[in-house]
Structures are given as C-alpha cells and as structure tokens.
Unconditional design. Structure first.
Lengths: 300, 95
C-alpha cells in the first residue's frame, strides 16, 4: 500500500510543480515572436495542454507501476529479471516525460532574463531529451532480449529485413533534417557539425534502433510463449509498448528533426502535439491494462 | 504422457496450454491456498475440488467461457484416465 501511494504521490507532486512552473514562470519574448502569439495566447495554450499532459503522465506512471508490481509478483520466476528491466525502462520513459519538461521550463525562465543563457538552455534541453530514450530503451531492450533467450527465439529473416528497411528510412531522413537545419542562418542545436553528429544524431539513431528492436523482440516472445490466456494478455503489453515506443520516437523525431525556430504554423504544431500525446497515452494505457491482467494471473 | 509423471505434473502440463510460464505458480497457489497442502502432494481425491477452484480462478482471468470449459474438461479427463488405469491394473492383477 505504501508503495502504491508513493507512485501516485510522485505523480501528483510533479503535476502540481509542472502546472505552477508553466503558469508562473516568464515566457521568453523570442519564443512569443517565433510563434507569433501574445503572452496571453501562450498562457491559454499552456492551460489547454495541462489536461492532456496530466492524462498522459498519469497513464505512463500507472503503466510502470503495474509493470513493477507484476515483476514483483514473479519473485523467483525465470521471467522476473526481464520484466523488472522492462518496468525500469518504462519508468525512465514515464519520468522522462516530466522531468526534462520541468527543467526546460526553469531554464527557459532563466534564459528570458539572461539572453546569454539561451544557447546553454537549448543545448541542455536537447541532451536531456536525448537521455530519456537512450536509458529507457536500453533497459527495455535488455528485458525483451532476456525474454527471447528464455524461449530460445531470435528475430527472423523477414522481420530483421523489415526492421532494417524502416530504420534506414527513419535514420537517413533524420540525419538529413538535422544537418540541413544546422546549416541554416541560426543553428537550432547550437552545436558544431561533428558534435551534432556524434552526440545527437548517432545516440538518437542508436536509441531508436534499440527501441524498435525491443518492440519486435517482445512481439516475438508473445508469439513463441505458451498459454492461450497468458499470450493474449502479453499481447496487450507488447502492443502497448510498441505504440508507446513508436509514439515516443515520433515525438523525439519531430522535436529534433524539425527546426524549433522555423516559422511553422502554431496550430499545426499544436495538432501534432495533441496527436502524439494521444498516441503515447493509448500505448501506456494498453500496457497498464495488460500488466494489470498479467499481475492478476499471479494473484488468483 | 510419461508413466512416471505425477498427478501434479499432469495438471501443470495441461495448465501450461492456457497459462504458459505462469502455470506452475498458478497451480501451486491453488493447491496451497485452497487444499492446504504442498502441490506435489495432491492426489486423485483432491482433483475434483482443485478443478472447482481452478474454474473459479480462471473465470476471473478470462471472459472467454469456452476456454474455461475446455481447460476444466481437460483436467476432468485426468480423473477418467486415472479411473480407467486403476480398472485396468486391477484386471491385470493375478487371481
């Protein structure tokens, strides 16, 4: 019971801190100029984003809590360590939805008072955004790999080729967009070419490959494992994880590949924001639902 | 099925078809919690009561009543197989 309260408490504290920071901290005038909106419009936009953000954060926290509880129920079972790793990865993704955003809000407020800090703020924001999938997907992948070892399966030829094909498209386009943007009049990453390649592009491509591979591996495990009821429930977790990872990759892709300082339509950016939030919330919800049912199998 | 396998092994083997890796833990819990004995110690006399508990537990896990029926029917077959084997064994006994 104490454990359950602590996850919910963390969520509520982070949500309240997020709302206060978003509504109280000053907005950099440069951002308002780029978005071509007034300070009031900006506050209203933030206000409308609070509810979807609260929902997605809640579903993410709920999903990792249920996965952790399921892993805890497994005790000495062979799959225990693998599911613990997956739960740890989802926890990193869940916290990673909030913490970088809160830090970014604080840094943005500092930058609005001290324009010299703007470059440092952008660089820190970019690296924080990168750290989340890098750590989260690595944990999840270790877990899904361990599950594949348990059932003695490995990615098939068709699956590997399809994964490589999709990944190459994503990777080449991403590299193109990032390098193209960095050559513009204002380098949105504030990094030199090689630093951009080695500390942004390559780590992102690595994280996304690991993320896509882990969704494929969990799907493989769900296919190869026995148990009509177990398989069906595990399929929900695998589906949820796949939607979350793909949604998360799209989010990072758009966040990094598209120039934040370009003159993109504010409403267009807003719609994309909502769609990706909704996709991730659905993924976390599916994962939580499946994990809760897996946990029930270990309880009855 | 292996001649050497115990009733517990047979129950776990059938359960594996429905609950996969969770099968052994599931049966262990049903036996310990409801029959109050160690899982390996179950006998034919416990089977009908165990099947009843399993039916209740599995109904909580799936809404698919066909799966529940199929699973419990497979377990009930064990009772018939064991009864038939006992009859055969007594027929073979020298008079």
């Amino acid at each position: 019971m104490r454990y359950k309260t602590s996850v919910l408490t963390s969520y509520i504290i982070l949500l309240v801190v997020g709302i206060v920071l978003a509504l109280v901290l000053p907005t950099p005038p440069s951002l308002l100029k780029i978005l071509n909106i007034t300070n009031l419009d900006y506050r209203l936009a933030i206000f409308t984003l609070i509810l979807p953000f609260a929902i997605i954060w809640f579903s993410a926290f709920y999903a990792y809590e249920k996965l952790e509880q399921y892993a805890h129920k497994l005790r000495q079972a062979r799959e225990e360590k693998a599911f613990k790793k997956i739960a740890d990865g989802v926890r990193v993704l869940a916290w990673g939805l909030i913490i970088p955003l809160l830090i970014s809000l604080i840094l943005m407020a500092i930058a609005s008072r001290n324009s010299g800090f703007r470059t440092a703020q952008i660089i820190i924001d970019n690296y924080l955004m990168l750290l989340v999938p890098l750590i989260g997907f690595t944990y999840i992948s270790s877990g899904t790999r361990a599950l594949n070892v348990l059932v003695g399966t490995r990615p098939g030829l068709l699956g590997t080729r399809l994964l490589a094909f999709i990944y190459i498209i994503i990777g080449v386009l991403f590299s193109h967009f990032v390098v193209h943007n960095s050559n513009g009049p204002i380098n949105p990453y504030r990094l030199s070419f090689w630093l951009l390649v080695f500390t942004i592009i390559i780590p992102y491509l690595y994280a996304w490959f690991i993320g896509l591979l882990s969704t494929y591996e969990l799907w493989l495990y769900a296919q190869k494992t026995q148990g009509l009821i177990y398989k069906k429930v595990l399929g929900q977790v695998a589906g949820g994880l796949a939607v979350t990872i793909v949604g998360s990759i799209c989010w990072q892709y758009l966040g990094s590949a598209f120039d934040a300082e370009s003159k993109a339509s504010f409403s267009f950016v807003f719609i994309i924001f909502y769609v990706l939030l909704f996709v991730q919330a659905v993924g976390y919800g599916l994962m939580a639902f499946g994990a809760r049912r897996l946990k029930r199998i270990e309880e009855v | 099925m292996n001649e050497q396998s115990t009733l517990y092994d047979k129950v776990v083997r059938i359960t594996n078809v429905y609950l996969g890796p969770a099968a052994e833990r599931f049966i262990g819990r049903q036996v310990r919690n409801h029959l109050h004995k160690e899982p390996e110690a179950i006998s034919e006399n416990d089977l009908s009561s165990l099947i009843d508990w399993i039916r209740v537990a599995v109904s909580l896990l799936t809404e698919d009543s066909e799966i529940v029926e199929e699973y419990t029917e497979q377990l009930e077959l064990l009772t018939h197989v064991n009864k038939r084997r006992r009859i055969n064994d007594s027929d073979r006994e020298p008079t």
